[in-house]
Each structure stands twice: as C-alpha cells, then as structure tokens.
Design a protein around this ligand. Structure first.
Ligand SMILES: Nc1nc2c(ncn2[C@@H]2O[C@H](COP(=O)(O)OP(=O)(O)OP(=O)(O)O)[C@@H](O)[C@H]2O)c(=O)[nH]1
Ligand SMILES: [Mg+2]
Length: 448
C-alpha cells in the first residue's frame, strides 16, 4: 500500500466508525414510549440487526431478480458447491437463505451470500416483497438478468438505485448468446435501459450453469447433439465482487446501515409527530368542552372571563409540556393575551362577529336536545367559549409545534390562518353533543 492508498484506507475506516457511532446513537437515543413503538417493532428489530451486523463487520451480498434468472445458480457457482436449490421451474427458491462465503481472501473480511425468491412477472407479490426487503438490507445487491431487461426488471432496478443501494448488474446465461448478441444487448442496456442508474463498470457477464452442446455417439454410429452442463463461467463476477469489497466493503456496510437508519428514524419521527398531534388535538377539545360546560352553567359574565382564562392557560401549559417547550404560568398567560390580541380582541362580541352569526343560529336552534331550558344567552356564550378555546388551543399548538415561534408573518397572520380553517358549524355541533352529555351527566341526569 502506498501512502495515498493508506490515507484513503484510513478515511474509509473513519467513515465506517462514524457511521457505526451514528447508527448506535440513533438506536440508543430513540427513547420511545411503548405507545410510540406500536407499529414500528419490525423496523426497530431490523435496525438492531443492522447494527449487530455492522459491529460484526460482515458484509451481506444478496441476489435479486425475476424468477429463474439463475440467482441460486450464481451463488452456488461463487461458493463452488451446490448449496442452494436450483431448477427450471419458476419459483424454486421460496424463502431467504444465507451462507458464509468461504475461500475468499482474508483481507476482504466476512461476507455472507443471501439467496432470495424471484420476483414473478405474474403474481408472487409476497415473495417479491420479501426479496425487496432483503435487498433493502443487503450491503451489495447482485441484480441478475438473463438477456435484455423487462419493464419490471428496470422498474425494480431503478427503485433500488433511487434509495442509493449499491449494485452490480449481472447478465447471466451468457452461453445462450453469441459474442455479437451479447455486445449488442450490453450496448442497449448501457445506453437505454439502465443509464444513468448503473455505470458500465458495474455490469458483468457470467454463465452460472452453462449448457454446452456435445456430440454424443449413438448406437447406430451417428452423432447426436446433446446439451450438457458445462463449467460455470463466474470468474469475472467473482473478481468484480472482490474488487468492490476490497475497495468499498466496509464503506458499503456503513453506508447501508446509515441508509437504513435514516428511513427508520424518519418513520419514528413521523410516528412521534402523529401521536403528539393527536394528543394535542384531544387536549384542545377537552379544554373547549370544559370551558363551554363551565360557561353554560355559570352564565355570569365576570366569572366567565376569569374561568375561561384559567382553562386556556392550563391547556397552553399542558400543550407546552407536550411539545417540550419550557413555559411558566405567566408565559402562558402572556401567550394567551397575544393570541387574544391576534384574534382581534377576543371579547365575546368580537368573536361572535368573527365566527359568524350563522353558527350561533345552529346553536340556538338547538334541535331540541334538552338544553332548551337554558337561557339562550348562556348557551350562546358557552358555544362561543368552546369555539374560542379551540381556536386558542390550535393557535397555541401551532406556535409551540413551530418551536415557540409564530413564523415569518407574525402572530396575526398565523392566527388568521387558523381561524380561517375552523369550521364553526361542525365545531358547534360537536360541542353541543359533548356539552349535552357533560351537562346531563353532571346536573340533569334524567332531565333531557
Ligand atoms: N443456459 C443456462 N442456464 C442457466 C444458467 N444459470 C442458470 N441456468 C438455469 O436456469 C434455471 C433457473 O436457475 P436458478 O438458479 O434456479 O434460478 P433462480 O433465479 O434462483 O430461480 P428462482 O429461485 O425460481 O427464482 C435452472 O434450470 C438453471 O440450470 C446459465 O448460465 N446458462
Ligand atoms: Mg433460486
């Protein structure tokens, strides 16, 4: 090794260590509640396995391709023995199977060859998914074709390359083509089919189980032409793989686990986000109904305001906690004031205009739900209180979820946007239903 090679080697080594650290930090730092884990178990398990593999420093090479392209035959040829079942029928390999690749130079490190079921042009979707999952986890994919590519093959190859999967395009069954045909097909592949997804140096020919015509003397003295199994022509592929491994093996493994870790962490974030948002929405709704109910049974203006503010401040504080924003009661009160100001001075009368009197009619019209006994003013106030709470909650949520900021346009614009998306009529309807239930439960048990 000369010094620049040594330097490159060192850099790769460092890159790998960094990747290892990044993945293991990701795994330990996920910090998921059992609830958040739900639906992510498989990904987390795979992530752990990826990390284990990375630590063991084993590189995994998987074959991938349509049924009957000779995937299992190629692995057998590489291994130098018939380990994996092969055959002319479609779908011989039914599940994934791995085998250590022995007899390769030690400096390459540990390598595992993984056989996969073939994608089927017609059906076999399940197996296709399995193969895709295996390919996703492999460090290097041998994408096996046997002639010009079909549409399905091209789509699958592009999909793998789009996620950044390193692969070699292996053209098997070379014995079936004349040298000239091979050149032509290869040229077409390079210029049309797979450009720019695979470069020419990542394409290689082989014949894992070639059939050689042989003249067999017949009893009557004539010669008959029979096809017999010849020696595998696999050297070029073997060399190519070893070169890639020697040059990039460690990096491949590191790159792959990073790719994988990245998708998992994205899923985890999404899940966390989804659950948090749902909790926030529930919390807001809860505050709204509490406030509406409280206002409905205490229809005295002064009391309403103090009470309403208390409910909103509490809701804001709980939301802040949910979004991991440190906030004091005073901070929450200030935020509430700011939102009120943003809503255009949140006096009940103002809000009525803001929300539209049409909504009020829905409430007062009340379709005989047993609240008719109430003074309509109290009901109107309750409805307004509830809806204002929803609006306040949503505004606070957007502020908190945005890292305690209103964004470039400032609070007024942000709050305006939220008010615009509120559907007051349906909110009122929901409030009525909930309010009715609450009131019936607390005060008017059998009255309604
Ligand atoms: N002529 C020729 N036939 C081959 C070659 N490689 C494999 N075959 C034949 O192709 C058929 C399918 O080979 P397999 O290795 O079972 O193919 P596979 O891709 O693993 O198939 P599935 O597991 O069913 O998806 C077998 O009959 C092999 O003998 C080759 O290089 N030349
Ligand atoms: Mg097979």
């Amino acid at each position: 090794m000369n010094s620049s090679e040594q330097f490159a080697d060192l850099q790769r080594e460092l890159a790998c260590r960094r990747a290892r650290r990044a993945v293991s930090e990701l795994v330990t730092g996920l910090d998921l509640t059992p609830r958040e884990r739900q639906g992510l178990e498989e990904d987390l398990q795979e992530l752990q396995e990826t990390l284990d593999k990375l630590e063991r420093q084993v590189v995994q090479i998987a074959v991938f391709g349509l049924v009957g392209r000779g995937k299992s035959s190629i692995l057998n040829a590489l291994l130098g023995q018939s380990v994996f079942a092969t055959g002319p029928l479609h779908g011989v390999t039914r599940c994934q199977e791995a085998r250590a690749w022995e007899g390769i130079p030690r400096r390459v490190g540990g390598v595992e060859l993984v056989d996969t079921p073939g994608l089927d042009e017609v059906d076999g979707e399940d197996r296709g998914e399995l193969a895709a999952a295996v390919a996703r986890r492999a460090d290097l994919v041998l994408f096996i074709i046997a002639g010009d590519m079909t549409r399905r093959e091209r789509d699958a190859l592009v999909a793998l390359r789009q996620v950044g999967k390193p692969l070699l395009l292996v053209f098997n069954k070379a014995d079936r083509y004349s040298a000239r045909d091979r050149r032509e097909i290869l040229h077409k592949l390079q210029t049309e089919r797979v450009a720019p997804w695979v470069t020419p140096e990542d394409m290689v020919w082989c014949a894992a189980a070639p059939l050689i015509p042989q003249a067999i003397p017949q009893p009557d003295g004539s010669l008959d032409l029979e096809m017999v199994l010849g020696e595998p022509q696999i050297e070029a592929l073997r060399e190519k793989i070893l070169t890639v491994l020697e040059r990039e093996g460690k990096v491949l493994a590191a790159l792959n686990s990073l790719l994988f870790a990245d998708t998992v962490s994205e899923k985890v974030t999404q899940r966390k986000f989804f659950l948090r948002d749902r909790r926030a929405e529930r919390l807001i709704w809860n505050a709204a109904t509490i406030k509406a109910a409280a206002v409905a049974v205490n229809p005295i203006a002064v009391l309403d305001i103090a009470l309403a503010a208390a409910v909103d401040v509490t809701a804001i504080l709980t939301l802040a906690k949910l979004y991991g924003v440190a906030m004091s009661e005073r901070g929450a009160t200030e935020l509430l004031q700011q939102i009120g100001w943003g809503m255009g001075g949140i006096g009940a009368a103002d809000l009525l205009t803001t929300l539209g009197l049409g909504s009020l009619k829905t409430l007062l019209g009340g379709s005989g739900i047993g609240l008719a006994a109430y003074p309509s003013a109290a009901l109107a106030q309750a409805g307004v209180a509830g809806i204002s709470s929803v609006a306040i909650g949503k505004a606070a949520k957007s502020y908190l979820a945005n890292g305690a900021s209103w964004g470039p346009d400032g609070p007024r614009a942000a709050i305006r946007r939220i008010l615009d998306t509120l559907d007051e009529d349906s909110l009122l309807q929901r409030l009525q239903t909930d309010l009715r239930r609450k009131l019936e439960l607390s005060r008017f048990g059998g009255d309604a």
